[in-house]
Design a protein around this ligand. Sequence first.
Ligand SMILES: [Zn+2]
Ligand SMILES: [Zn+2]
Ligand SMILES: [Zn+2]
Ligand SMILES: [Zn+2]
Ligand SMILES: [Zn+2]
Length: 324
Amino acid sequence: MRRLALNFLLILVLFVGIIRAADPECSYCNKTIEGNYLSVDGKSYHEDCYRDHVQPRCAHCGKVIDGKYALLNDEMYHPECYTNHILPRCAICDQPLQGKYYTDYWGNSFHESHSSELSECHTCGRLICDELTGGGYELSDGRYLCGICNETAVTGDFLLESSLSYVLRLLEANGIDNLPDDIPITLVDQQKLRQLSVSYSDAMHGFTDHNTQTRNGHIVSKESHIYILSHLPLTMFRAVLAHELLHVYLFERNLDLRSDIREGFCNLGSEMVYQDTPSEYAEFRLLNMTKSQDPDYGYGYRKMSGLLDQRGWRYLLETLDEIN
Ligand SMILES: [Zn+2]
Ligand SMILES: [Zn+2]
Ligand SMILES: [Zn+2]
Ligand SMILES: [Zn+2]
Ligand SMILES: [Zn+2]
Protein backbone atom coordinates (compact mmCIF):
# COMPACT_ATOMS: atom_id res chain seq x y z
CA MET A 1 0.00 0.00 0.00
CA ARG A 2 1.36 3.41 -0.88
CA ARG A 3 1.27 6.06 1.74
CA LEU A 4 0.45 9.51 0.43
CA ALA A 5 0.70 12.85 2.11
CA LEU A 6 -1.28 15.77 0.77
CA ASN A 7 0.70 18.92 0.04
CA PHE A 8 0.38 21.18 3.00
CA LEU A 9 -2.15 23.89 2.31
CA LEU A 10 -0.54 27.19 1.67
CA ILE A 11 -2.18 29.72 3.92
CA LEU A 12 -1.58 33.36 3.15
CA VAL A 13 -3.27 36.43 4.59
CA LEU A 14 -3.50 39.32 2.18
CA PHE A 15 -2.43 42.60 3.56
CA VAL A 16 -4.97 45.25 2.66
CA GLY A 17 -4.27 48.72 3.89
CA ILE A 18 -6.24 51.90 3.43
CA ILE A 19 -3.90 54.81 3.20
CA ARG A 20 -4.38 58.46 2.46
CA ALA A 21 -1.81 59.95 0.07
CA ALA A 22 -1.53 62.36 -2.78
CA ASP A 23 -2.78 61.16 -6.19
CA PRO A 24 -1.30 57.70 -6.69
CA GLU A 25 -2.08 55.78 -9.87
CA CYS A 26 -4.38 52.72 -9.88
CA SER A 27 -2.37 49.65 -10.90
CA TYR A 28 -5.46 48.16 -12.53
CA CYS A 29 -6.97 51.02 -14.63
CA ASN A 30 -3.90 53.29 -14.64
CA LYS A 31 -6.02 56.33 -13.72
CA THR A 32 -5.21 58.69 -10.89
CA ILE A 33 -6.84 57.79 -7.57
CA GLU A 34 -8.47 60.62 -5.69
CA GLY A 35 -9.31 59.97 -2.08
CA ASN A 36 -9.11 56.49 -0.44
CA TYR A 37 -7.22 53.72 -2.10
CA LEU A 38 -6.08 50.25 -1.30
CA SER A 39 -2.48 49.20 -1.11
CA VAL A 40 -1.85 45.53 -1.75
CA ASP A 41 1.59 44.03 -2.18
CA GLY A 42 3.02 47.49 -2.80
CA LYS A 43 0.49 48.34 -5.52
CA SER A 44 -2.34 50.89 -5.30
CA TYR A 45 -5.90 50.37 -6.53
CA HIS A 46 -9.30 52.08 -6.66
CA GLU A 47 -11.46 50.15 -4.19
CA ASP A 48 -13.86 49.15 -7.00
CA CYS A 49 -11.05 48.18 -9.37
CA TYR A 50 -9.53 46.01 -6.70
CA ARG A 51 -12.77 44.30 -5.65
CA ASP A 52 -14.11 43.74 -9.16
CA HIS A 53 -10.94 42.89 -11.06
CA VAL A 54 -7.95 42.16 -8.85
CA GLN A 55 -9.11 40.54 -5.62
CA PRO A 56 -8.64 36.78 -5.88
CA ARG A 57 -11.72 34.57 -6.25
CA CYS A 58 -12.29 31.03 -5.16
CA ALA A 59 -11.89 28.66 -8.10
CA HIS A 60 -14.72 26.56 -6.69
CA CYS A 61 -17.51 29.00 -5.71
CA GLY A 62 -16.35 32.10 -7.61
CA LYS A 63 -16.72 34.41 -4.60
CA VAL A 64 -13.97 36.75 -3.46
CA ILE A 65 -11.32 35.58 -1.04
CA ASP A 66 -10.22 38.07 1.59
CA GLY A 67 -8.52 35.93 4.17
CA LYS A 68 -6.97 32.52 4.30
CA TYR A 69 -6.98 30.42 1.20
CA ALA A 70 -5.74 27.12 -0.12
CA LEU A 71 -3.65 26.97 -3.27
CA LEU A 72 -3.70 24.04 -5.67
CA ASN A 73 -2.25 24.12 -9.20
CA ASP A 74 -2.18 27.93 -9.08
CA GLU A 75 -5.89 28.06 -8.21
CA MET A 76 -7.06 29.63 -4.98
CA TYR A 77 -9.88 28.30 -2.83
CA HIS A 78 -11.71 29.19 0.35
CA PRO A 79 -10.49 26.73 2.98
CA GLU A 80 -14.02 25.28 3.35
CA CYS A 81 -14.51 25.02 -0.42
CA TYR A 82 -11.18 23.27 -0.68
CA THR A 83 -11.86 20.82 2.12
CA ASN A 84 -15.41 19.98 1.07
CA HIS A 85 -15.20 20.03 -2.70
CA ILE A 86 -11.61 19.78 -3.90
CA LEU A 87 -9.90 17.37 -1.53
CA PRO A 88 -10.23 13.73 -2.59
CA ARG A 89 -12.71 11.73 -0.51
CA CYS A 90 -12.13 8.54 1.37
CA ALA A 91 -13.36 5.55 -0.63
CA ILE A 92 -14.56 3.96 2.61
CA CYS A 93 -16.18 6.68 4.78
CA ASP A 94 -16.57 9.40 2.11
CA GLN A 95 -15.05 12.09 4.32
CA PRO A 96 -12.36 14.42 2.90
CA LEU A 97 -8.84 13.01 2.93
CA GLN A 98 -6.79 15.49 4.91
CA GLY A 99 -3.23 14.79 5.92
CA LYS A 100 -1.77 11.34 5.39
CA TYR A 101 -3.76 8.67 3.63
CA TYR A 102 -3.24 5.38 1.83
CA THR A 103 -3.89 4.44 -1.77
CA ASP A 104 -4.03 0.72 -2.51
CA TYR A 105 -2.95 -1.03 -5.72
CA TRP A 106 -6.51 -0.78 -7.02
CA GLY A 107 -6.62 3.02 -6.74
CA ASN A 108 -8.76 3.21 -3.59
CA SER A 109 -7.66 6.06 -1.33
CA PHE A 110 -8.64 5.94 2.31
CA HIS A 111 -7.82 7.24 5.77
CA GLU A 112 -4.87 5.61 7.49
CA SER A 113 -7.12 4.56 10.37
CA HIS A 114 -9.23 2.14 8.29
CA SER A 115 -6.28 -0.15 7.66
CA SER A 116 -6.10 -1.00 11.34
CA GLU A 117 -9.89 -1.40 11.66
CA LEU A 118 -10.45 -3.64 8.63
CA SER A 119 -8.98 -6.96 7.45
CA GLU A 120 -7.01 -7.32 4.24
CA CYS A 121 -8.05 -9.84 1.60
CA HIS A 122 -5.27 -12.43 1.47
CA THR A 123 -5.23 -12.67 -2.31
CA CYS A 124 -5.79 -9.09 -3.53
CA GLY A 125 -4.83 -6.96 -0.51
CA ARG A 126 -8.01 -4.86 -0.58
CA LEU A 127 -9.50 -3.84 2.74
CA ILE A 128 -12.63 -5.90 3.23
CA CYS A 129 -15.73 -3.74 3.59
CA ASP A 130 -18.98 -3.09 1.75
CA GLU A 131 -17.62 0.02 0.02
CA LEU A 132 -14.47 -1.52 -1.51
CA THR A 133 -15.23 -5.20 -1.91
CA GLY A 134 -18.91 -5.76 -1.32
CA GLY A 135 -18.01 -7.43 1.96
CA GLY A 136 -16.09 -10.64 2.46
CA TYR A 137 -15.44 -13.22 5.15
CA GLU A 138 -12.90 -14.99 7.30
CA LEU A 139 -11.97 -18.54 6.39
CA SER A 140 -11.62 -21.18 9.08
CA ASP A 141 -7.82 -21.06 8.81
CA GLY A 142 -7.69 -17.33 9.56
CA ARG A 143 -7.32 -16.02 6.02
CA TYR A 144 -9.71 -13.32 4.83
CA LEU A 145 -11.39 -13.37 1.45
CA CYS A 146 -13.06 -10.33 -0.11
CA GLY A 147 -16.33 -10.32 -2.03
CA ILE A 148 -14.53 -9.65 -5.33
CA CYS A 149 -12.07 -12.55 -5.02
CA ASN A 150 -14.85 -14.75 -3.69
CA GLU A 151 -16.66 -14.49 -7.04
CA THR A 152 -14.16 -16.84 -8.72
CA ALA A 153 -12.80 -18.63 -5.63
CA VAL A 154 -12.06 -22.30 -6.24
CA THR A 155 -13.72 -24.16 -3.38
CA GLY A 156 -14.71 -27.54 -4.76
CA ASP A 157 -13.90 -30.11 -7.43
CA PHE A 158 -15.88 -28.25 -10.05
CA LEU A 159 -12.99 -26.35 -11.72
CA LEU A 160 -10.13 -28.71 -11.00
CA GLU A 161 -10.30 -30.82 -14.13
CA SER A 162 -10.77 -27.96 -16.59
CA SER A 163 -7.98 -26.03 -14.87
CA LEU A 164 -5.63 -29.00 -15.09
CA SER A 165 -6.21 -29.45 -18.81
CA TYR A 166 -5.87 -25.71 -19.43
CA VAL A 167 -2.54 -25.51 -17.59
CA LEU A 168 -1.19 -28.71 -19.16
CA ARG A 169 -1.95 -27.31 -22.62
CA LEU A 170 -0.26 -24.03 -21.76
CA LEU A 171 2.88 -25.75 -20.47
CA GLU A 172 2.94 -28.06 -23.46
CA ALA A 173 2.92 -25.07 -25.81
CA ASN A 174 6.25 -24.08 -24.27
CA GLY A 175 7.85 -27.50 -24.54
CA ILE A 176 6.97 -28.77 -21.07
CA ASP A 177 5.28 -31.98 -22.08
CA ASN A 178 4.76 -35.58 -21.09
CA LEU A 179 3.32 -34.63 -17.74
CA PRO A 180 0.82 -37.14 -16.36
CA ASP A 181 -2.71 -35.83 -16.88
CA ASP A 182 -4.26 -37.77 -14.01
CA ILE A 183 -2.46 -36.12 -11.11
CA PRO A 184 -4.73 -35.91 -8.07
CA ILE A 185 -5.39 -32.37 -6.86
CA THR A 186 -6.66 -31.72 -3.35
CA LEU A 187 -7.78 -28.37 -1.93
CA VAL A 188 -6.45 -27.73 1.57
CA ASP A 189 -6.41 -24.99 4.17
CA GLN A 190 -3.29 -23.22 5.41
CA GLN A 191 -2.79 -25.47 8.43
CA LYS A 192 -2.76 -28.56 6.24
CA LEU A 193 -0.28 -26.95 3.86
CA ARG A 194 1.97 -26.13 6.79
CA GLN A 195 1.83 -29.75 7.95
CA LEU A 196 2.60 -31.07 4.49
CA SER A 197 5.64 -28.94 3.80
CA VAL A 198 8.73 -28.98 5.93
CA SER A 199 9.92 -25.75 4.35
CA TYR A 200 6.63 -23.87 4.58
CA SER A 201 6.74 -20.18 3.64
CA ASP A 202 3.94 -17.63 3.45
CA ALA A 203 4.75 -17.27 -0.23
CA MET A 204 3.59 -20.89 -0.70
CA HIS A 205 0.09 -21.52 -1.99
CA GLY A 206 0.48 -25.14 -2.89
CA PHE A 207 2.58 -28.22 -2.28
CA THR A 208 3.36 -31.32 -4.30
CA ASP A 209 3.98 -34.64 -2.62
CA HIS A 210 6.21 -36.99 -4.60
CA ASN A 211 6.30 -40.71 -4.20
CA THR A 212 8.68 -43.16 -5.88
CA GLN A 213 7.97 -46.92 -5.82
CA THR A 214 11.01 -49.12 -6.20
CA ARG A 215 11.45 -52.85 -6.50
CA ASN A 216 14.88 -54.45 -6.18
CA GLY A 217 16.44 -51.01 -6.40
CA HIS A 218 14.63 -50.16 -9.62
CA ILE A 219 12.03 -47.44 -9.95
CA VAL A 220 8.71 -49.01 -10.87
CA SER A 221 6.47 -45.98 -10.61
CA LYS A 222 6.51 -42.29 -9.77
CA GLU A 223 3.51 -40.55 -8.39
CA SER A 224 2.73 -36.98 -7.47
CA HIS A 225 -0.12 -35.50 -5.48
CA ILE A 226 -0.82 -31.78 -5.72
CA TYR A 227 -2.26 -29.83 -2.79
CA ILE A 228 -3.48 -26.27 -3.36
CA LEU A 229 -4.88 -23.72 -0.94
CA SER A 230 -8.64 -23.58 -1.16
CA HIS A 231 -10.53 -20.35 -1.93
CA LEU A 232 -7.96 -18.91 -4.35
CA PRO A 233 -9.46 -16.88 -7.21
CA LEU A 234 -9.46 -19.02 -10.37
CA THR A 235 -6.59 -17.10 -12.04
CA MET A 236 -4.38 -17.54 -9.02
CA PHE A 237 -5.45 -21.13 -8.56
CA ARG A 238 -4.30 -21.92 -12.10
CA ALA A 239 -1.04 -20.06 -11.55
CA VAL A 240 -0.36 -22.13 -8.42
CA LEU A 241 -1.31 -25.29 -10.29
CA ALA A 242 1.22 -24.43 -13.02
CA HIS A 243 3.86 -23.92 -10.32
CA GLU A 244 3.10 -27.33 -8.82
CA LEU A 245 3.05 -29.03 -12.22
CA LEU A 246 6.57 -27.75 -12.82
CA HIS A 247 7.56 -29.51 -9.58
CA VAL A 248 6.10 -32.68 -11.13
CA TYR A 249 8.15 -31.99 -14.26
CA LEU A 250 11.36 -31.75 -12.19
CA PHE A 251 10.46 -34.88 -10.22
CA GLU A 252 9.71 -36.90 -13.35
CA ARG A 253 13.14 -35.96 -14.73
CA ASN A 254 14.96 -36.55 -11.44
CA LEU A 255 16.12 -32.93 -11.38
CA ASP A 256 17.10 -32.10 -7.83
CA LEU A 257 17.75 -28.35 -7.90
CA ARG A 258 18.82 -25.84 -5.29
CA SER A 259 15.75 -24.28 -3.65
CA ASP A 260 15.99 -20.82 -5.25
CA ILE A 261 16.45 -22.29 -8.73
CA ARG A 262 13.71 -24.86 -8.14
CA GLU A 263 11.07 -22.45 -6.79
CA GLY A 264 12.16 -19.73 -9.20
CA PHE A 265 11.73 -22.15 -12.10
CA CYS A 266 8.32 -23.33 -10.84
CA ASN A 267 7.19 -19.72 -10.48
CA LEU A 268 7.78 -19.37 -14.22
CA GLY A 269 4.68 -21.56 -14.55
CA SER A 270 2.68 -19.03 -12.53
CA GLU A 271 4.14 -16.23 -14.62
CA MET A 272 3.04 -18.09 -17.76
CA VAL A 273 -0.57 -18.34 -16.54
CA TYR A 274 -0.73 -14.69 -15.52
CA GLN A 275 0.67 -13.61 -18.88
CA ASP A 276 -1.75 -15.88 -20.70
CA THR A 277 -4.82 -14.46 -18.92
CA PRO A 278 -4.15 -10.74 -18.71
CA SER A 279 -6.23 -8.84 -16.19
CA GLU A 280 -5.67 -6.29 -13.47
CA TYR A 281 -5.66 -9.13 -10.99
CA ALA A 282 -3.05 -11.12 -12.97
CA GLU A 283 -0.90 -7.99 -13.09
CA PHE A 284 -1.26 -7.55 -9.36
CA ARG A 285 -0.17 -11.12 -8.70
CA LEU A 286 2.79 -10.77 -11.09
CA LEU A 287 3.84 -7.58 -9.36
CA ASN A 288 3.71 -9.45 -6.07
CA MET A 289 6.15 -12.03 -7.40
CA THR A 290 8.32 -9.31 -8.87
CA LYS A 291 8.54 -7.52 -5.54
CA SER A 292 8.71 -10.53 -3.23
CA GLN A 293 11.68 -10.52 -0.85
CA ASP A 294 11.53 -14.29 -0.40
CA PRO A 295 14.94 -15.79 -1.31
CA ASP A 296 13.32 -18.57 -3.39
CA TYR A 297 9.91 -17.31 -4.55
CA GLY A 298 11.14 -13.73 -5.05
CA TYR A 299 14.87 -13.63 -5.79
CA GLY A 300 14.90 -17.12 -7.28
CA TYR A 301 11.97 -16.23 -9.50
CA ARG A 302 13.58 -13.04 -10.79
CA LYS A 303 16.79 -14.89 -11.55
CA MET A 304 14.97 -17.56 -13.56
CA SER A 305 12.64 -15.07 -15.22
CA GLY A 306 15.65 -13.04 -16.38
CA LEU A 307 17.25 -16.18 -17.76
CA LEU A 308 14.04 -17.16 -19.55
CA ASP A 309 13.76 -13.70 -21.13
CA GLN A 310 17.35 -13.96 -22.39
CA ARG A 311 17.48 -17.55 -23.57
CA GLY A 312 13.94 -18.87 -23.95
CA TRP A 313 12.22 -22.03 -22.68
CA ARG A 314 14.10 -24.52 -24.77
CA TYR A 315 17.49 -23.44 -23.50
CA LEU A 316 16.21 -23.26 -19.96
CA LEU A 317 14.76 -26.77 -20.00
CA GLU A 318 17.88 -28.25 -21.52
CA THR A 319 20.28 -26.62 -19.08
CA LEU A 320 18.28 -26.64 -15.83
CA ASP A 321 20.70 -28.89 -13.99
CA GLU A 322 23.67 -26.69 -14.93
CA ILE A 323 22.25 -23.42 -13.64
CA ASN A 324 23.70 -22.09 -10.42
ZN1 LIG B 1 -8.71 51.83 -11.02
ZN1 LIG C 1 -15.26 29.18 -2.33
ZN1 LIG D 1 -12.28 7.28 5.75
ZN1 LIG E 1 -9.74 -9.94 -2.67
ZN1 LIG F 1 7.19 -24.74 -5.13
